[in-house]
Design a protein around this ligand. Structure first.
Ligand code: SF4
Length: 716
């Protein structure tokens, strides 16, 4: 009889970070079940998580996986299979030549929140420590960078103060810009359970769409796209007017309120209701519920982050918490939900163009010196690197000549796709490190480096509530695939030799050695994990940071003492002013298009797109519109329509949705060109929804406004 083995891991999809138990027969994954001991999910899994085993079938591995390194030395030639030695020698030589001729900023890395923390750490050290460039950014720029900037601006550090357990203690849950029921389903189950247990728990949802999350709310605020800052300022205006603020907390633990108070004068209920397109009495009710509550918890995601004013949106919501004292106590606090499984881990190691390891500040010479000392290099660069959109602009401009893309698919996921693809064609060398050879970006690769993926890797991830989980591989690596960190380390050693370095900066014998080095960089920082080890994570299960040396455990909730990691120890109110969306609708482009996740798909579908049953919820892409808009244009359900914006066009079936106001439209983010009609009306490629989205980004976080574009919709 076949022996079934069970091994603990985490789900590789969203930032809830559910624990899974993977069942194998020694050759293949035969099933998965939720880990009853994992504090993120207590045994539950959503449709995506519960079908994970179907994405690891051997037949699929043969069809969809990148299994051997591939290389071409001339653009236009097909790639041929090559050995790891030849491939890494080739790219190390190319990197060394390019850096010598054009300087360290002539190369760039675009990596991913899907990578494990140890992978992330090595890439960050490779770019900033060895090469001397901050040109390393990740798809987390499209996901969480506004949350990072919002936390730093107000609370002093990129640290979500709340935890999942706060859902059980909250009296009011304010969900803003998040369809939690779809994007973080297991967390939503916890909200439903909390409501069953506590009939007095109120749920408020602010969203331009009447999503499944909004339908279940006690109070739904159907705000116009991009008006969140006006809404949060308006709620705080009412709290001030009705004496629902916590004057004592403001006085003892914050600074900057007087200036914000002046700004808030303008956000009268009448002005805010009109600006947001909501009823004044609903705005007042939301403010009162929030301000009067014993414990108000906010959950928010891409509706706040993917915005040209994403930092202000985050900060305005945090202002509301600070002013009402709704932070640092059970059931209260601003709580950003991370999109990806390890966006948090990437932030911890500083794997973004403007971050430094362990939440250090790139502009701070003392912090740079600390990292240089820890890494054993003379210095680390102070010039901020190119962020995601800027990086591809710089590639298109010929400024960055080599780009290394790991575990992400920018030829589908970045805004203004036509420009991104021009950049990939223009680059002198495109290296793609991927588990799947089916992504759109692989088509542009001069070098394809096959990587291991879920169930094959060892390392750690951090979920939305700062909880670190360690897992081990379940399956052997397929074909010639290497672990992501191994690829980076083996390349780095070759590059060191090419650059004439004798001692290596990458002496790691295994993944634990990387973890131990990363852990040491956190000593004395807000995310100190010097008390954690692989052994503790294995024996005691997933742990929250901080977990400093000598601690008995991790910290569930931050700022309970009212002391913040700022120079004064006080939180800072940001003076948030409402700015409209970057691209206004007009007579030519009258629809407000928003984008988002569907329930059963993940990102560009390289994994979920291989599971037939995940198409039962939505079989094909569609543009969802209000029935009245369809009637007015004589568009019937299922008719093909041109959706055209200032940057591109695509043809999609139309679908009526009562979640849309008149003048609004929605397209799921998952489908790329292979699923679409192929050509836009202008004869250029139709590259999925991001042929339409805008590259305009927030001035602080540099996160692009993927959530809003002005379009017209015409019957095809
Ligand atoms: Fe995976 Fe997220 Fe579903 Fe949990 S909620 S099973 S982490 S996709």
């Amino acid at each position: 009889m076949t022996q079934i083995q069970e091994t603990k891991a985490t789900c590789c999809y969203c930032g809830v970070g559910c624990g899974v138990i993977v069942q194998t027969d020694g050759r293949q994954v035969t099933g998965v079940r939720g880990d009853p001991d994992h504090p993120a999910n207590f045994g539950r899994l959503c449709t995506k998580g519960s079908t994970l085993h179907l994405t690891a079938r051997p037949a699929l591995q043969q069809q969809a996986r990148a299994l051997a390194p591939e290389l071409r030395t001339q653009r236009g030639e097909p790639r041929r299979q090559a050995g790891w030695g030849e491939t890494l020698d080739f790219i190390a030589q190319k990197f060394a030549d390019t850096i010598r001729r054009h300087g360290p900023d002539s190369v760039g890395f675009y990596i991913s929140g899907q990578l494990l923390t140890e992978d992330y750490y090595v890439f960050n050290k490779l770019a900033k420590g060895l090469i001397g460039t901050n040109n390393i950014d990740t798809n987390s720029r499209l996901c969480m960078s506004s949350a990072v900037a919002g936390y730093k601006q107000t609370l002093g550090a990129d640290a979500p103060p709340a935890c999942y357990e706060d859902i059980d203690h909250a009296q009011v849950i304010f969900i803003a810009g998040s369809n939690t029921a779809y994007a973080h389903p297991i967390l939503y189950r916890r909200i439903e359970e909390a409501r069953r247990r506590n009939p007095d728990l109120k749920v408020i949802v602010a969203d331009p769409r009447r999503t499944d999350t909004a339908r279940e709310a006690d109070l739904f605020l159907p705000i116009l796209p991009g008006t969140d800052v006006a809404l949060f300022n308006g709620m705080l205006h009412i709290c001030l007017w009705e004496d629902l603020i916590d004057a004592d907390y403001i006085a003892r633990h914050t600074e900057g309120f007087a200036e914000l108070k002046q700004t808030l004068r303008d956000y009268t209920p009448a002005y805010v209701a009109e600006t947001c397109g909501i009823r004044e009495q609903d705005l007042v009710a939301a403010a009162r519920w929030f301000g009067q509550s014993k414990a108000a918890l906010s959950l928010y995601c891409q509706g706040l982050n993917q915005s040209s004013s994403g930092t202000a949106k985050n900060a305005a919501l945090i202002n509301l918490h600070l002013a009402t004292g709704q932070i640092g106590k059970p059931g209260a606090g601003p709580f950003s939900l991370t999109g990806q499984p390890n966006a948090m881990g990437g932030r911890e190691v500083g794997g973004l163009a403007n971050l430094m390891s362990a939440h250090r500040d790139m502009a701070n010479p003392a912090h740079r010196a600390e990292i240089a000392r820890l890494w054993g290099v003379d210095d680390v660069p102070s010039r901020p690197g190119k962020t995601a959109v800027e990086m591809f602009d710089a590639i298109r401009a010929g400024e960055i000549k080599i780009v290394w893309i790991a575990c992400t698919n920018p030829a589908q996921s970045l805004p203004e796709q036509r420009m991104v693809r021009e950049a990939l064609e223009k680059a002198e060398l495109v290296i793609v490190q991927e588990a799947y050879k089916t992504t759109a970006t692989v088509d542009y690769a001069d070098v394809l480096l096959p990587a291991t993926t879920w169930s094959e890797k060892e390392g750690t991830v951090t979920n939305s509530e700062r909880r670190i989980t360690r897992f081990k591989p379940v399956l052997p690596r397929p074909g010639q695939a290497w672990h992501d960190w191994e690829i980076a380390v083996n390349f780095a050693r070759r590059l060191e030799a090419n650059l004439g370095r004798t001692a290596t900066l990458f002496p790691y014998a295994d993944v634990e050695a990387i973890w131990n080095e990363h852990r040491e960089t956190t000593r004395g920082r807000d995310l100190d994990i010097t008390g954690l080890s692989y052994r503790i994570l294995e024996e005691q299960g997933p742990q929250q940071w901080p977990y400093p040396e000598g601690a008995a455990g991790g910290r569930k909730r931050l700022y309970e003492d009212g002391v913040y990691p700022t120079s004064s120890g006080k939180a800072r109110f940001a003076n948030t002013v409402y700015q409209p969306v970057a691209e206004a609708v007009d007579a030519r482009y009258p629809f407000r298009l928003s984008t988002g996740r569907l329930r059963d798909q993940w990102h560009g579908m390289s994994r979920t797109g291989t599971v037939a049953q995940l198409f039962s919820h939505a079989a094909e892409p569609a543009v969802v519109m209000a029935a009245a808009d369809m009637d007015r244009r004589m568009i019937a359900e299922g008719d093909l329509v041109h959706v055209t914006g200032r940057r591109g066009s695509q043809i999609l079936p139309a679908m009526a949705g009562d979640d849309m106001r008149a003048g609004q439209a929605f397209i799921g983010m998952h489908w790329g060109e292979e699923y679409l009609s192929g050509r836009g009306h202008d004869g250029r490629g139709s590259f999925g929804v991001n042929s339409l989205t805008s590259p305009v980004f927030d001035p602080v976080s540099k996160q692009p406004e993927l959530k809003h574009a002005a379009v017209k919709i015409l019957k095809a």
